[in-house]
Ligand binder design. Sequence first.
Ligand code: ZN
Ligand code: ZN
Length: 90
Amino acid sequence: MSKLIECSVHGKSEPAYTCAHIKDSLNDGKPRGFNMMRDDDDEIQAFCDTCWNASDEEWDALNADGPRLLCFGCLMKVAEINNTTIDAHE
Ligand SMILES: [Zn+2]
Ligand SMILES: [Zn+2]
């Protein structure tokens, strides 16, 4: 298990690295697609449909400020916005 982050809403939670647009969806409630995976270090990553299908160059342009860090609870909220659910033990 990766180390926990402190979320002002959800308290101590597992961190998730996301593209900027997943964070945008959390802020404005609009679905942009939701694609989740765990990387080789067992860290959660999540991307909108555009970033999921982007090349490395497109990714750099879309995420000029770098990836965002969300807590797992916030990530579940974005999954809900996109009408999908995620399994914490996946
Ligand atoms: Zn994105
Ligand atoms: Zn949270």
